[in-house]
Structures are given as C-alpha cells and as structure tokens.
Design a protein around this ligand. Structure first.
Ligand SMILES: [Zn+2]
Length: 132
C-alpha cells in the first residue's frame, strides 16, 4: 500500500503529504471516488462512500478486461497500463491495488471478492526464471 495522507488546500485542491505546505487541513470524511494529489498525482488514502466503492469496482472490471489483452510482461511495464493513472513511473495497476485495499474492509459479496482476487492474480509479478 503506498497511498499517501491527503490534505485540502485553501483553494480546495487535494494534495499529498509531500506537497502540502503544512497549513492545509487533513483530507477527511468519505468520498465518492479515490483521490490523487493535484500536484504530483500520488494516490491519497481516503475513505469511500458506497458510490465510491461501486466506482472502484467498476473500474477494476474494466481493467480486468483490458489486462487480459496484454502479456504478463507487458502488464508490468511502466506506462503500459491501457488506461488509468500513473505517478513517478509506477505501473497503473499499483494504484488500482491501493484502491482495492481501500474497499477491502467494506461489505462485498463473494462474487465481488473473487473478481478482486482475479485482478490481483493478473497483477502478480512475472516469475523470474532462475539463471544457471
Ligand atoms: Zn503530491
């Protein structure tokens, strides 16, 4: 999990702990979608409403469909993510994994949990071939 603590600037922008000037209020409450830092794009740790959970789940289903079209190696390459968000060259699926961590504590049906496991399996690093 590499979501960062979030803050809200006086202008209403959400920023991460590294971009805040120290005078910003902490990002609080439940949100309808996951947030990213307005300055650097880092994912922010935030609680989600039921609508936010649905949003993440739908995005994940779209990502599963897109990931299935890529080879395992292609999935891992920075910038190879077919859609979604990046920051500092991280593959986009890491952001989705963070989002899934955020909804993991919420009530999900068994079928939904299975789909999340399916997504995590698609993102698992390619196994290294031992060199001899
Ligand atoms: Zn930032």
């Amino acid at each position: 999990m590499f979501a960062f603590d979030g803050y809200v600037t006086g202008d209403g922008e959400c920023v991460c702990e590294l971009c805040t000037d120290g005078e910003d209020a902490p990002l609080d409450g439940e949100l309808d979608s996951p947030m990213h830092c307005a300055y650097c794009g880092r994912p922010l740790d935030c609680a989600l409403t039921a609508r936010g959970v649905t949003y993440v789940f739908r995005q994940m289903l779209e990502d599963i469909a897109a990931l299935r079209k890529l080879s395992r190696r292609a999935r891992q390459a920075p910038g190879a993510w077919p859609k979604g968000h990046y920051y500092h060259g991280s593959p986009g699926y890491e952001v989705m994994l963070d989002w899934l961590d955020q909804i993991d504590g919420t009530h999900l049906h068994r079928k939904e949990r299975k789909r999340i496991e399916q997504f995590r399996a698609l993102c698992r690093p390619a196994e290294r071939v031992a060199s001899s």
